[in-house]
Design a protein around this ligand. Structure first.
Ligand code: SF4
Length: 457
């Protein structure tokens, strides 16, 4: 749900009607009980509260996570608050101890002239239509400082359209404090072995298709990879491919990220061995060293060695949230981990138009890395709206291929990934969230084993 809120908040102006219509439609699609208060649905509200508090635990763990969570919760609250009826809004304000009282029609008519003169942007007709709230000055400092409200006897008379800002600011302050407090009590919670894996993975869990079922296996040839890297690879993989071709080597973070991605797009084990070997022996690694030091780890990632786990390619969240690259590394997400100036230069060298680069950098500045990647997809594929929410580098590849081939070649994969994506988007709430997360947890634990095999740089 919060991901959808983020998506729409970036693509639309938050106050306009199309934003509200679209968000309403998306929340209904996800079966999010945003009208639970109006419908007096106790069970739905209970689930909503539980999921909110679990997310607090998961998202209090770093400054980045806290900021992201706060922003999306603010936007969601603003929307829900504005959807309430007048009486429910009043009930809500009382419930959260915000003693703002809607003024009576009589008082409003009496003060109509003053309200009209002191409230910029409201015509007399609007003054008559809008509800006004009597708010203590301490809660309306910003408004009276900006001379946007009528003041009388120590109270500001705030129109409904400004009340949501006071409510959300109040909520932001409370939630921010609560997240800081929760973060402080994390060590004791993390010692609980039932909660710890869930919390570690929830903030970057991925519940879409894992791209481990390679219906496409063996359908691509090694000769195609250079062309694919330019047309259909997301920036992270394009960067890794270029670094590999330039340096004939990748350090272990890069080999993991890129190797599993290539496996996901359809490289067989034999092809992977040939691909990496050919490139590495062009550099400082001879064939013997490759066979001894690197071939094992590639077979391992295909589930042919060790615990025989068939490893799955990394999702965007995993790439963005874990194992940041250090100097000499090329893995990670360029939208998250590159210096903005370097990112700009890279995009310029890939012939992205200046206006597109500005849009991408704006999204990056707002920490919307996957949306920046979606914009990159749109610009490199010349489409206005990609029509899907990007969560996985292999999804990027599949969608790109579908578009470039007119929807023919990868149809089968797409229909299955599409379904799973829907599954990912549908709010099956905590149950569906926790199942894949725990399976991710197992996979991650096993991956740690695999990483040990990649120690040689
Ligand atoms: Fe790669 Fe995802 Fe970052 Fe795009 S958003 S560059 S697919 S990690």
């Amino acid at each position: 749900v919060l991901k959808v809120v983020e998506n729409l908040g970036v693509s639309y102006v938050r106050s306009n009607e199309s934003y509200k219509t679209k968000l309403g439609a998306e929340l209904r699609k996800l079966k999010f009980p945003y009208k639970a208060l109006a419908e007096d649905d106790y069970e739905a509200r209970r689930k909503d509260h539980i999921s909110h508090f679990i997310l607090r635990l998961a998202y209090c763990q770093s400054e980045d996570l806290r900021r992201w969570f706060l922003q999306q919760e603010m936007d969601l609250l603003r929307y829900r608050f504005n959807e309430l009826t007048d009486s429910l809004r009043q009930k809500f304000l009382e419930h959260v101890n915000l003693s703002f009282e809607a003024i009576s029609e009589d008082l409003k008519n009496e003060l109509a002239n003053e309200l009209y003169m002191s409230t910029p942007g409201l015509s007399m007709t609007k003054v008559k239509e809008q509800m006004f709230y009597k708010v203590g000055l301490a809660d309306a400092v910003d408004l009276f400082r900006a001379r946007r409200v009528f003041i009388k006897d120590g109270f500001a008379y705030v129109p409904l359209k400004e009340i949501d800002a006071i409510v959300t600011n109040n909520y932001r302050a409370k939630l921010s404090k609560a997240l800081a407090l929760t973060a402080r009590s994390l060590p004791s919670i993390q010692s609980d072995e039932r909660l710890q894996p869930l919390l570690n993975h929830l903030s970057h869990s991925y519940i879409g298709p894992d791209y481990s079922v390679q219906k496409n296996t063996g359908k691509i040839s090694l000769e195609q990879i250079d062309a694919f890297s330019m047309k259909s690879f997301p920036l992270c993989m394009r960067q890794l491919h270029k670094a590999l071709r330039d340096n004939h080597h990748l350090r272990h973070g890069g080999r993991m990220q890129y190797g599993l991605f290539l496996k996901g797009i359809g490289l067989t084990l034999e092809q992977a061995l040939e691909f990496w070997k050919k490139e590495f022996i062009r550099g400082k690694v001879d064939a013997d060293k490759f066979d001894k030091g690197y071939a094992y780890s590639i077979r391992h990632s295909y589930g042919k060695e060790g615990r025989r786990t068939d490893y799955t390619p990394y999702s965007c969240m995993k790439i963005i949230m874990s194992n940041p690259p250090s100097q000499g590394d090329y893995h990670g997400c360029p939208f998250r981990h590159s210096d903005p100036e370097l990112l700009k230069q890279k995009l310029q060298s890939y012939k992205i138009p200046p206006s597109g680069i500005t849009q991408i950098l704006e999204l990056v500045k707002g920490m919307h890395y996957q949306l920046a990647c979606q914009k990159y997809f749109e610009l490199t594929h010349d489409v206005d709206d990609i029509g899907f929410s990007l969560n996985h580098p292999n999804q990027y590849f599949v969608e790109s291929q579908r578009l470039l081939s007119g929807g023919r070649e990868l149809k089968k994969e797409l229909s299955s990934s599409g379904n799973s994506q829907q599954k990912c988007n549908s709010q099956e709430s905590m149950n569906s969230n926790s199942t894949p997360t725990s399976s991710n947890t197992t996979a991650d634990a096993e991956l740690e084993g695999l990483e040990a095999y990649f120690t040689e740089d």
